[in-house]
Ligand binder design. Structure first.
Ligand code: NAD
Ligand code: GLY
Length: 368
């Protein structure tokens, strides 16, 4: 088993990574000095595939578990579901020492984490991520929350889990498209922080797509190490943590103008990162050959590297970028990569350069 520590003083915790950890969930929770009652929050898809094993493990360790199932998909990340979870926790008399386990992808993790942050002003929670995106990104670092009609993740809290348990065997049931979407975040870590990881992804992509066990263990552990390092230095995104948003300003805008229906998050930020690479080539000295390596790696992972937009859609995309949470005093600041393995945040970018980067990923369609 690989283990990565997120160092945050009294709120430090471990990320444990191995195949088969679900069967050890109860024993792992028993080491954390938690109460005897817990709620396992999951979605309908994951419940059918993995809840049985988790529940059996918790029972063996002597925990009394309430199962709370929410609908699968982004629409579950809403206040109505938060309230429904609160009511079920209260009905089963969960107390301050009771705890919550989030079993599922980023949707379940963000929702259950927010429920844990606010029920009884905060009870402990454990993340058991079951998508690649959740194992390498959303379960680590304590961002929790839900969406509003006005936008994604607009309500939430920084609230760290007590433990993250990444069972690599849960990928056996993960649909191909979801798996590839998670790779967009792994490639991001290579671009912003680790040129060796990037080169390894270039070399091993075929093995990774076959879900080779050793390759998966490496990319999940290395991604978690990088995120843990960044979060340990800047928990609440005062500065450095912003590098994790490489490609996300344009990516989020793509998700927004396509009503969160056409692209998975990882697909949208794949296009966003290719555009950010073009901006980096123009403004921060990223060599053209590295910009091309970035585009090629997303392509090799089977992720989209461009999209078709009319000029009206492009106008909407630019407007959506100014609504992103990362905008401050009306100014969009970008994360740029001066080379593969290094990122700088808070970079002012002229709008003409944004247009040129968009031209590179989305040549304008002529309208008739
Ligand atoms: P998701 O949680 O919707 O999961 C994707 C789909 O896969 C769902 O249908 C789910 O039921 C299914 N699934 C999950 N695990 C499975 C498995 N092992 N086998 C079969 N099916 C499985 O999506 P996601 O991509 O994991 O997460 C996206 C969410 O994460 C978004 O809401 C995004 O805002 C959030 N996010 C949060 C952070 C953060 O730091 N908190 C970071 C990145 C993304
Ligand atoms: N996914 C970006 C962050 O955790 O900060």
């Amino acid at each position: 088993m690989r283990s990565v520590k997120v160092s945050l003083g009294t709120r430090s915790y471990d990320i444990k990574i191995a195949a088969g950890l679900l069967a050890k969930l109860g024993a792992e929770c028993a080491t954390l000095d938690l109460g005897q009652k817990c709620a396992l929050i999951t979605d309908t898809n994951v419940a059918a595939l993995h809840a049985k094993s988790a529940l059996a493990s918790l029972k063996r360790a002597g925990f009394e578990t309430v199962l709370i199932t929410v609908p699968a998909g982004e629409t579950a990340k809403r206040l109505k579901q938060v309230e429904s979870c609160f009511n079920q926790l209260a009905a089963h008399r969960l107390e301050r020492k009771s705890f919550i386990i989030a079993l599922g992808g980023g949707v379940v993790g963000d929702l259950a984490g927010f429920v844990a942050a606010s029920y009884l002003r905060g009870i402990p929670f454990v993340q058991v991520p079951t998508t690649l995106l959740a194992q390498v990104d959303s379960s680590v670092g304590g961002k929790t929350g839900v969406n509003l009609a006005a936008g994604k993740n607009l309500v939430g809290a920084f609230y760290q889990p007590r433990l993250v348990l990444c069972d690599l065997a849960t990928f056996r049931t993960l649909p191909e498209r979801e798996f590839r979407a998670g790779l967009a975040e792994v490639i991001k870590y290579g671009i912003i922080h680790d040129s060796d990881l990037f080169a390894r992804l270039e070399r091993d992509m075929a093995k990774i797509l076959r879900r080779d066990a050793a390759s998966l263990a490496h990319i999940v552990a290395r991604s978690c190490e990088i995120k843990a390092d960044i979060v340990s230095q800047d928990e609440t995104e005062g500065g450095l943590r912003a590098v994790l948003n490489f490609g996300h300003t344009i990516g989020h805008a793509i998700e927004a103008i396509t009503a969160y229906g056409r692209y998975l998050h990882g697909e949208a930020i794949s296009i966003g990162q290719v555009a950010a690479a073009h901006l980096s080539a123009e403004l921060s000295g990223l060599p053209a050959v590295e910009c091309e390596r970035i585009r090629a790696l997303f392509g090799a992972a089977g992720l989209p590297v461009g999209l078709k937009l009319s000029s009206a859609q492009r106008t909407k995309l630019l407007a959506a970028m100014t609504l992103d949470k990362k905008v401050s005093a009306g100014e969009i600041k970008f994360v740029l990569a001066p080379r593969i393995g290094k990122a700088v945040w808070g970079q002012r970018v002229p709008s003409a350069a944004v247009h040129r980067a968009l031209d590179a990923v989305s040549p304008l369609k002529t309208e008739h």
